[in-house]
Write a protein that binds this ligand. Sequence first.
Ligand code: NDP
Length: 287
Amino acid sequence: MTARVIDGVALSARIREEVALRAAALTAQGVRPGLAVILVGIDPASQVYVRNKVAACEKAGLHSVMEQYPATMTQQELLERVHALNADPAIHGILVQLPLPKHMDPHQVIEAIAAQKDVDGFHVSNAGLLMTGKPLFRPCTPYGVMKMLEAENVPLRGAVAVIIGASNIVGKPMALLLQSAGATVTICNSKTRDLAWHTRHADIVVVATGRPRMVDGSMLKPGAVVIDVGINRTAEGKLCGDVDYESAREVASAITPVPGGVGPMTIAMLLVNTIEAAERTLAARQH
Ligand code: NDP
């Protein structure tokens, strides 16, 4: 079997077209959706992510503000910027790019973002809403994965899903979204014994560990759907995922590539979350 390739570039382009239509409709009603992205420091990967996010916003007709500060910025100064953006009616979404410099506490910074502008969905109240089945914002990467599974008509009700990686930004929210959709979910981490035993029982495997090519075809059930969230750089400077693509695609029924899989979906869902925030602002204004 050679797996179908789940094309995140094509699907994200379709989603961004829908976003552009919704942005135009909002703008026509006097609410131009606005996203503020804050970057502290000069981490090269973060600079690329932030630039891509801002460029995607502009292409879809959203208002975007990019604020870039030196790594010497104090946490208090950053909190003041966040508070100012919380109060800015032109801004519906605020994103602080992680990781932050070591002298800052990312939890305190994320908690300072107004929950209704927390388009990353990382604020504790948004995590709590997701956990209790009433999400306001779904974290962008798992949200994008759900859109991919939906677009591929992957049955989720009753499916066995194994997620490798338990971070707050990918693994845990991914588990909650799959569970809400009716899947039976196992979350594995670095202490999991016999990881392959888990993955070989799974209809859906989502890998988000940051360990290059750690899952290969021998660990998969024939016909499994494989979602590779990982973004790693090889010694030769090429991008690769957490899945060994060549061996996995011989066993899986569908697989996401890296690059061109989950990455572009994450950005598309950030735009969707910003639109949803702006739509809620308009709805509140009309009531
Ligand atoms: P974190 O480092 O926060 O978490 C990694 C998780 O993987 C932890 O739960 C860790 O376990 C687990 N893990 C590490 N090694 C193993 C192992 N050998 N076996 C099983 N589990 C293991 O990573 P993130 O969730 O932030 O990111 C994961 C990957 O996804 C990275 O490559 C990142 O670049 C990528 N990413 C991609 C995005 C996209 O848009 N495509 C967006 C966000 C992230 P433990 O809890 O025990 O430490």
